[in-house]
Design a protein around this ligand. Structure first.
Ligand code: GDP
Length: 456
């Protein structure tokens, strides 16, 4: 795995370095030893800041007991940490203002070549305003107001750290294993009698490699692990969610006890990919659309399969009719893959599984920051955001904060004025131009609140 970029937090004692470290790393790490005279361990951790991943070093571990000096020992270790880091995060106490020790640290950092991010901590409320203004005098650029204790200023901090830690196209290195070697968690949902139990049994019947049912996640669902032989001859693991024993039920022909809505929900929560099964003899009904909508809202990758194709009439007319009805009824996710299958004869089952693996791949995909922002800039240029009251909404950049499902955050100013229609324009662009297709894509916005920002 590639070494993560590093940020070293520096500053005089008690400005909140450790609090910030803990917030960035997201867990409370006990200090190794608090007794005077004992050197505390260098504290390092993996930080995650709105999806930005980097290594963070808390140089508080190098501090001496006397808060008014900057002894040589601390200085030597801090110097080494700063020189190794991609950037130094220089923290001062915005309430206390700039002290002589801050000035000393500032002079030293200016003499180093490591880039410096200046942040005034304890700036919740208005208490830090004077101190922040004062900090311009350190000659290290714009001081960012934050509150490590209250978690404020996160977005501004993100914006300032990002250029130092983001590296192009390194994402793939995080997951060296082929995703297709991980079991595909698959659930099959649909109205009663759509043929879910029949489909599960048919799939399992065809596959000779069932490893046997295993106790599942909830009392009444069971996951069945098996391997599907894909058309390229490879065996791919599948974990099928057999909610409330659909498999067994079809065997004993117990048609009285049907799946409850709650069973379906649990299966959806557990799954990566959900197949919504329709009954070809009944077509698409409002209830099907509600289920589809629920699956997408839960952020799962959705496939729709028309079952009982063996007894369907007027095939192409039926397919086109359902396709058009989906287009209209599922406008929030245009182009959900639609297939035809027969649980009875086995027709279309390989294509269904193949499509399920493909859609999971898209659902798990990470777009490189470069590609993402090239697309973003072009999309904005083609269709600039509106300017309510004559003041243009400024969209600065976009970042992918998550996968499975893919989630993105747009940074900028006056984003609260951005109409939903514009977000839809961007989401649709992502589907088409970044190949997310009908996978549910989450897009949100964050406004920069920095009072010193040049854009405000
Ligand atoms: P579930 O409630 O969704 O689990 O539906 P079942 O699997 O119990 O199936 C309901 C009925 O549809 C049963 O009588 C099945 O035999 C029938 N069925 C399921 N799939 C097919 C199919 O592909 N073709 C035909 N002709 N009948 C099917």
């Amino acid at each position: 795995m590639a070494k993560l970029p590093t940020i070293a937090i520096v500053g005089r004692p008690n400005v909140g370095k450790s609090t910030l470290f803990n917030r960035l790393v997201g867990k409370r790490l006990a200090l190794v030893d608090d007794r005077p005279g004992v050197t505390r361990d260098r504290r390092e951790g993996d930080a995650n800041l709105l999806g930005l991943e980097f290594r963070v070093i808390d140089t508080a571990g190098y501090e001496d007991e006397d808060p008014d000096t900057l002894p040589g020992r601390m200085r030597a270790q801090t110097t080494a940490a700063v020189r190794e880091a991609d950037a130094a995060l220089f923290l001062f106490d915005a309430r206390a203002g700039v002290t002589p020790l801050d000035e000393e640290i500032g002079r030293w950092l200016r003499s180093e070549t490591t880039p410096v991010i200046l942040a005034g901590n304890k700036a919740e409320g208005r208490a830090g305003e004077a101190g922040l203004l004062e900090a311009w005098s350190l000659g290290l650029g714009e001081p960012i107001p934050i509150s490590a204790e209250h978690g404020e200023g996160v977005v501004d901090l993100f914006e300032h750290i990002r250029p130092h830690v983001e590296r192009e196209d390194e994402e793939a290195e995080d997951e060296p294993e082929d995703e297709n070697d991980r079991p595909l968690k698959l659930a099959i949902v649909g109205r009663p009698n759509a043929g879910k139990s029949t489909l599960i049994n048919r799939i399992l019947e065809e596959e000779r490699l069932i490893t046997g049912p295993e106790a599942g996640i909830t009392r009444d669902s069971i996951s069945i692990d098996w391997e599907w032989q894909s058309p390229d001859g490879r065996l791919r693991p599948v974990r099928l969610i057999d909610t409330a024993g659909m498999r067994k039920k079809a065997k004993v022909q117990d048609k009285l006890e049907k799946l409850s809505v709650a069973d379906g929900r649990r299966a959806v929560e557990f799954a990566e990919v959900v197949v919504l099964l329709l009954d070809a003899t009944l077509g698409l009904e409002a209830q099907d659309l509600r289920i589809a909508d629920y699956v997408l809202q839960e952020g799962r990758a959705l496939l729709i399969a028309i079952n009982k194709w063996d007894v369907a009439e007027n095939h192409s007319h039926l397919f086109q009719g359902i396709s058009a009805a989906l287009q209209e009824g599922l406008s929030q996710a245009p182009g959900v893959p639609l297939l035809s299958v027969s649980a009875m004869t086995g027709k279309g089952l390989d294509q269904l599984l193949d499509a399920a693996f493909k859609v999971r791949e898209v659902w798990s995909r990470r777009v490189s920051t470069g590609q993402l922002n090239r697309w973003f800039e072009a999309a904005i240029e083609r269709n600039p955001p509106p300017a309510p009251g004559g003041k243009r909404i400024k969209l600065r950049y976009i970042t992918q904060v998550n996968t499975r499902p893919p989630a993105f955050v747009i940074f900028g100013n006056r984003l609260e004025m951005l109409p939903d229609s514009y977000l839809r324009y961007l989401t649709n662009g992502m589907r088409k131009e970044l190949d997310f297709g009908a996978v549910p894509v989450r897009l949100s916005t964050r406004t920069s609140k920095n009072p010193f920002s040049k854009d405000d």
